[in-house]
Ligand binder design. Structure first.
Ligand SMILES: [Zn+2]
Length: 406
């Protein structure tokens, strides 16, 4: 299920083009996408990396609803104040928000379970669809009306404990993005928007497809969102005095120090050691999972197609059988496939189509971008041609060497 496509359509970004042509996504309407089997596998791998790192932080996974009663959003004044809030009305008259974030449900939930200092700190996350009523969704899965997101919320006895946890989340995020193949993430301060008056941090991937304007240092890790930096004040890096650069970036994660904003709105308190009632301090931490998938494709591609980082590639091995009009090659390819499956389980994609030309099969394999390609063909006889997508190197190996692949 899911085929590569050759038809000419107008694409909104490189990732939109490659993911559509490669059969990863399929557009339903502007800003709304189906994820096909290849795309779903990538999403699941990103999700699992995120789950591992969230669990390492001591956070627990839950699942909250997307449909939020209007009154919860009135309580935080965000029903009126969030301009991209997706509002909908039941045929029975009740109004709802399709949630873009979950402070409005998690704070009342926390209130039911957090009573004393013994119940703190707590960290809860979930992975679910989110909605934004975008006037002009664009760039494919980089900015959609519906998208997949991980959001984590933390609850603390005081600001100090919150700040410590916030720093740990920054480290966890760097690790997550690095495991997804993005080693050069720019961490920038940005305004907190509707979340907080305090500053927040964004995690940005430099690419021309981005919408964020970033000022960053050519030498050190200094980076700032253009919104909040005074360029006249900083002609060179304030940290190391080297040259500052200006670039476009995609925001793949953001974290907010919420202080007691939502605890105030929902009266979330705990009783401290001295028997006194205090406000709970909160933080929230998001990663746009479907956007992250798009951002990786924006930076990991060449003129032939996608180059997936190993950890989030839809499959680890792409076995391509050429010259399938020759039955001896078909049976050899099947033998190779069964050997591979023994070791690599369901990480092997087998192109056994017999109605497609050799050239098309190889082009499709470049487009889909699986890290390791193994070609069985008439030319290679009883040898296997091994090609690494990233390095574009080709080796011939014997069948007996198959178990030594890395
Ligand atoms: Zn610097």
């Amino acid at each position: 299920f899911g085929k590569t496509r050759k038809t000419v359509t107008k694409y909104e970004s490189k990732s939109h083009e490659l993911l559509t042509k490669g059969g990863f996504i399929d557009q339903v309407a502007s800003g709304i996408f189906n994820f096909l089997p290849l795309g779903k596998r990538v999403l699941s791998k990103i999700e699992n990396i995120i789950r591992e790192e969230m669990n390492n932080l001591g956070a627990q996974e839950i699942l909250m609803p997307i449909l939020h009663p209007k009154n919860l959003w009135l309580q935080t004044s965000r029903w009126q104040n969030v301009d991209v809030l997706f509002k909908t009305k039941s045929q029975y008259g009740q109004e709802y928000a399709l949630a873009p974030t979950h402070e409005e449900t998690i704070t009342p939930l926390a209130k039911r379970f957090i009573k004393s200092y013994n119940d703190l700190p707590k960290a809860l996350y979930h992975i679910t669809a989110k909605f934004r009523d975008e006037p002009r969704p664009k760039s494919g899965i980089l900015r959609g009306r519906e998208f997949l997101m991980k959001d984590l919320y933390s609850f603390h006895i005081n600001q100090n404990d919150l700040v410590n946890f916030y720093q740990k989340v920054i480290q966890a995020y760097v690790k997550i993005f690095s495991r997804c193949g993005l080693n050069d993430i720019k961490i920038t301060e940005a305004s907190g928007g509707s979340f907080t008056k305090k500053h927040s941090h964004e995690f940005n991937v430099l690419t021309l497809a981005g919408e964020v304007n970033l000022i960053y240092c050519s030498a050190c890790k200094f980076a700032q969102n253009e919104e909040i930096i005074n360029l006249n004040k900083f002609r060179s890096c304030p940290k190391c005095e080297k040259k500052l650069m200006l670039g476009k970036a995609i925001e793949v994660g953001n974290i907010f120090d919420l202080e007691t904003k939502f605890s105030d709105a929902f009266d979330l308190k705990f009783v401290d050691k001295n028997g006194q009632e205090k406000k709970v301090w909160m933080g929230c931490y998001g990663i746009g999972i479907s956007r992250l998938m798009g951002a990786v494709v924006e930076v990991k591609n060449d003129d032939k197609g996608i180059i997936w980082p190993k950890n989030i590639a839809p499959f680890q091995i792409h076995l391509v059988g050429l010259d399938f009009n020759d039955s001896s090659i078909v049976s050899f390819a099947n033998e190779v496939y069964h050997l591979l499956v023994k070791k690599y389980k369901n990480e092997v994609l087998f192109d056994d189509r017999d109605n497609v030309s050799n050239g098309e099969k190889l082009a499709d394999s470049d487009l889909i971008g699986i890290p390791l390609r193994i070609v069985v063909s008439r030319k290679n006889k009883d040898k296997l041609e091994i090609r690494k997508r990233e390095k574009d190197t080709i080796d011939l190996i014997a069948l007996s060497q198959l178990s030594n692949l890395t």
